[in-house]
Each structure stands twice: as structure tokens, then as C-alpha cells.
Design a protein around this ligand. Structure first.
Ligand SMILES: NC(=O)c1ccc[n+]([C@@H]2O[C@H](COP(=O)([O-])OP(=O)(O)OC[C@H]3O[C@@H](n4cnc5c(N)ncnc54)[C@H](OP(=O)(O)O)[C@@H]3O)[C@@H](O)[C@H]2O)c1
Length: 300
């Protein structure tokens, strides 16, 4: 089975490639810039034409949440229009598409974990463009699955866990917001879940199509809690550590407003595809350990 993955250099695409490498029945073709530039109209159709995939996973996105406030048109182009173009191009060859989306489609004003049918209300441009992307995909290809995730980290690329480890090399004290709650998600676990979904389709090709799912790490944390945990894991691996102090969001102004509750309820995915996301601490511990072993905390 051939799976086309977009955003080849991103956390999720790299995790998908790694997790699929041991599955002989899966051929993953990961495309990214410069060969696939979603800012260009027609790029999706030509990628589908070239690769003729059985399934598409759209993992590419404009993910710079604050910068998106300054570049709403570019963010909309990549997160909404191009996602729709990929869905349409996939539909033209009868292929289903998994569109990866975000907790930032919600405003965070409830205290409960968000379910798939909870009302959406993005607070910023990034969330609004990703929500529009969901709609474009739904409209362009009935054989879609929208999978929303949250707070993604991995051994790869830029993410909060790597940023904290690097900051602790430079500073003795770090201040981190303690009033935003979420579900930290290892991109490797997310990739595993998406691969299980794809594998399920060989037996049950209609399962979950036309639906929306949440898939995020099990358990809840604040960014402060994540930073403290990362420091405790760094200590175990003899990496530099820093003291972490909690602050409030109001003390750390950012261009984009973030939801104070980003907790996603992943039970619908679990029931449909028989895959439970590991506890976030377990997965984060493994990622910090891997970074320590590889000595690869800095750089790509
Ligand atoms: N990261 C999170 O915390 C988070 C949370 C919720 C949902 N998500 C969603 O999860 C998915 C995967 O995220 P991730 O963490 O893997 O993101 P990531 O590491 O930022 O990767 C995104 C990829 O998209 C690519 N991209 C950006 N603009 C592009 C363009 N014009 N043409 C082609 N590719 C382009 C980037 O390419 P370059 O490498 O060339 O820049 C990058 O490789 C995305 O849909 C994201 O919205 C992420």
C-alpha cells in the first residue's frame, strides 16, 4: 500500500517514516519543500499525479502560530486551500485522505476535555485556517478522516521539549506558563495511531471515513508541568538542568492568543481503531532519553 505523506521535514512526517520503516506492506512517500510547495496552486494535483498513492496523509501545515497573525493569507493558503486541493486530487483517483488538525480550533473556555463534536471557536489565525482546512477537506473528498492532535513534540525539528532542553543549557532559571492545560503528544505515538488507522482500512475500508477524531497523548499537563518533567528527565541523563518557575499567561504575552484548555478526548479513535495513546510522561521520557543518547539536542 502506497501512502503519500506531505510535510516531509516536519515532526509528524519524520515520525511516520520511522514507524512505517518496519512495516513491509507499507510504502511511504514523503514529499516536502522544495519539491512540494503548498504555497503554489497545482502542487497537490501534480504530487498526486506523480505518486498515485492509495492513501494521503496531509501532515504539512503552516505551524508558526504567532507568525500566522502577520501572514494570514499565506497560512490560509497552506492550511486551508492546499489541504482542500490535496483532498480533491486524492478524490480524483479514489484515494482517502487523513487531514491532521489541531486543538487550536477550540477556544479553551470549557474545563472539560474536548470531544469531536464540541463547538469550535478558534482564537487566532492558525486555528481559524486549520478549521477552514477541515471544512475544505470535508467538502472536497467524502473519503476523509480529520484527526485533531495537540502539543506535539518529538526527537525531530523544533518543539517545546527540545526548546526547554536547549534553554536549560543557556540559563539557570526558566519561567513557563502554568495556566494552559493540554495533552502532550509524541509525534511517534501519533504516527503509530495513524498507521494503525491506515492498516485497519485494508480490512475495513470504510471505517471512520467522513468522520473527525481526536488523537492526543493520555493525561493532562500544563506547559510548566511539562518543563518540570523534562528537567527531571534531563537530570537522570546528566544533561544540563534549570530551575523552572510557574508564571501566568498574562505575564507572557504572545501575538496569538492560545486556548487555556487544549485537552482532547481520544476515546472515539480508541474505540474505532483499538489504539490507546500512551501516557504522555512515558513517551516524553523516551524522547528525552533518545535525545540524550543521540547527543542531538541541538540542530535538526
Ligand atoms: N506541532 C504541534 O504542536 C501541533 C499541534 C496540533 C496539531 N498539529 C498539526 O499536526 C500536523 C503536523 O505538525 P508537525 O508538528 O509535524 O509540524 P511541523 O514540524 O511544523 O511540520 C510542518 C511541515 O509542513 C511543512 N510546510 C510548511 N509550509 C509548507 C509549504 N508551503 N509547502 C510544503 N510544506 C510546507 C514544513 O516544511 P519545512 O520543513 O520546509 O518548513 C514542515 O515540514 C500539522 O497539521 C499541524 O497543524 C501540530
Amino acid at each position: 500500500m502506497k501512502v503519500l505523506v506531505t510535510g516531509a521535514n516536519g515532526q509528524l512526517a519524520r515520525s511516520l517514516v520511522e514507524r512505517a520503516s518496519s512495516r513491509r506492506h507499507l510504502e511511504l512517500v514523503a514529499l516536502g519543500r522544495p519539491s512540494l510547495d503548498l504555497a503554489q496552486k497545482g502542487s497537490a494535483a501534480s504530487a498526486i499525479e506523480r505518486t498515485q498513492p492509495d492513501i494521503v496523509i496531509n501532515a504539512a501545515a503552516y505551524t508558526a502560530v504567532d507568525q500566522a497573525e502577520h501572514e494570514p493569507q499565506l497560512a490560509f493558503r497552506i492550511n486551508a486551500e492546499a489541504a482542500g486541493e490535496f483532498a480533491a486530487a486524492a478524490a480524483s483517483i479514489g484515494a482517502p485522505i487523513i487531514q491532521v488538525s489541531t486543538d487550536y480550533v477550540f477556544d479553551g473556555r470549557t474545563r472539560e476535555p474536548y470531544r469531536e463534536d464540541s463547538p469550535t471557536h478558534p482564537l487566532g489565525v492558525y486555528g481559524a485556517t486549520k478549521l477552514a482546512g477541515e471544512d475544505h477537506v470535508r467538502a472536497a473528498n467524502p473519503r476523509h478522516a480529520i484527526v485533531r492532535t495537540a502539543w506535539v513534540y518529538s526527537p525531530f525539528s523544533k518543539n517545546f521539549v527540545r526548546t526547554i532542553i536547549e534553554a536549560a543549557r543557556a540559563r539557570d532559571v526558566l519561567t513557563v506558563v502554568d495556566d494552559q492545560l493540554g495533552s502532550p503528544t509524541s509525534a511517534l505515538d501519533l504516527a503509530e495511531g495513524l498507521i494503525r488507522m491506515v492498516e485497519t482500512w485494508t480490512e475495513s475500508p470504510q471505517l471512520g471515513l467522513g468522520e473527525t477524531f481526536h488523537l492526543a497523548g493520555s493525561g493532562v499537563a500544563s506547559w510548566f508541568g511539562v518543563a518540570e518533567f523534562v528537567m527531571s528527565e534531563c537530570h537522570k541523563h546528566c544533561l544540563d538542568t534549570a530551575k523552572v518557575l510557574p508564571i501566568r499567561t498574562a505575564d507572557w504575552p504572545t501575538k496569538a492568543v492560545r486556548p487555556s484548555n487544549s485537552i482532547l478526548d481520544s476515546r472515539k479513535f480508541e474505540a474505532a481503531f483499538g489504539y490507546t495513546m500512551p501516557a504522555w510522561r512515558e513517551s516524553m521520557s523516551a524522547v528525552v532519553g533518545r535525545l540524550a543518547d543521540e547527543g542531538a539536542v541541538l540542530g535538526g
